[in-house]
Design a protein around this ligand. Structure first.
Ligand SMILES: NC(=O)c1ccc[n+]([C@@H]2O[C@H](COP(=O)([O-])OP(=O)(O)OC[C@H]3O[C@@H](n4cnc5c(N)ncnc54)[C@H](OP(=O)(O)O)[C@@H]3O)[C@@H](O)[C@H]2O)c1
Length: 280
């Protein structure tokens, strides 16, 4: 397939480009090629490049930044998706949108499945949910793939931050009251390849299985890395970040399970694999 990947220089986008290139013709698009907020440039480039599928990984992902700059959040995460979807419509391309666990409010008592009602708490979550609705209105052949708590070889992420802090200090404070699904970008890339080859369009959750709090996640990072660092418990209120995060945003890969099979492994296994790699 001829696949255009947006956000190709981002944490997930760069890993998607590497993995998809093994079996497909991949065109990388970053902000240098076109700004997704520009409808003419975005639609023009998609028409010129004529992909069969667009994997849309570009987004304004600074969750606290979105809270202070909601216009930019909606411009990129809602209108940007609209521009890409209209481009897809023009050339008859399929589209895969990378979405997030932050569309949920975190009040559930069990892992969220794809048809639980989104109720975002933050501007970031609301703008991503707006993007989901846009694509569902404009296209017939689309995938919405919700993922969560990503880390991997490229870009800034929690695992890399913890490893760096572990070099500099012997204790860190990490929240205990947000529970989610840590997920390795390489596992998402693998899942995306399987999904787009299946043509089972629809909404999917795609996360490594199991759950933990950020505090437990940090402890496991230090344990696996063989570092003696005390991980102190704090609350989200004590941390005081501008955007509200869901207390419990664990996702269940229900649609994957029931269609192409859920091959996502437990988060601890994926994390161990990442830390063993030279890319950590
Ligand atoms: N990180 C997570 O934990 C997580 C969890 C769930 C879902 N997701 C979703 O997964 C996707 C990838 O996330 P990520 O963590 O890899 O994000 P990232 O590293 O921030 O990458 C996003 C990319 O989008 C580009 N971009 C932003 N605004 C743009 C614009 N107006 N025009 C063109 N490109 C633009 C950025 O370029 P610049 O660097 O030049 O701004 C960046 O390269 C996003 O859709 C995100 O919502 C992420």
């Amino acid at each position: 397939m001829r696949i255009l990947v947006t956000g190709a220089k981002g944490m997930l986008g760069s890993t998607l480009v590497t993995r998809l290139s093994c079996e497909h013709e991949v065109i990388s698009a970053s902000r240098d090629n076109f700004d997704i907020r520009d409808p003419l440039a975005t639609r023009g480039e998609i028409t010129r490049l004529a992909p069969e599928l667009v994997v849309h990984a570009a987004a304004y992902t600074d969750v606290d930044g979105c809270e202070t700059n909601p216009d930019l959040a909606y411009e990129v995460n809602a209108l940007g998706v609209q521009n890409v979807a209209l481009g897809c419509q023009e050339v008859g391309a399929e589209m895969l949108l990378c979405s997030t666990d932050f569309v949920f409010d975190g009040t559930a008592r069990r892992p969220y499945i794809e048809w639980d009602q989104p109720k975002p708490l933050s501007v970031y979550g609301a703008s991503k949910y707006a993007g989901e609705r846009v694509i569902a209105h404009l296209l017939n052949r689309y995938y919405i793939v919700r993922m969560a708590w990503l880390y991997g070889p490229n870009g800034k992420n929690f695992v890399k931050t913890m490893l760096k802090l572990g070099e500099e200090q012997d204790s860190v404070s990490v929240v205990t009251d947000q529970v989610g699904s840590p997920t390795y970008t390489k596992d998402v890339a693998e899942g995306v390849v399987r999904l787009v080859e299946s043509k089972n369009f629809g909404i999917y959750h795609m996360v490594n299985t199991g759950e933990c709090s950020w505090n437990e996640f940090a402890k496991e990072i230090f344990r696996l890395a063989g570092k003696k660092v005390d991980v102190n418990p704090i609350t989200s209120e004590e941390l005081g970040r501008p955007a509200k995060r869901p207390a419990y945003s664990v996702l269940r890969n229900f649609a994957l399970e029931k269609t192409i099979g859920d091959h996502m492994r437990p988060w601890q296994e994926a994390l161990a694999d990442f830390l063993k790699s030279e890319e950590a």
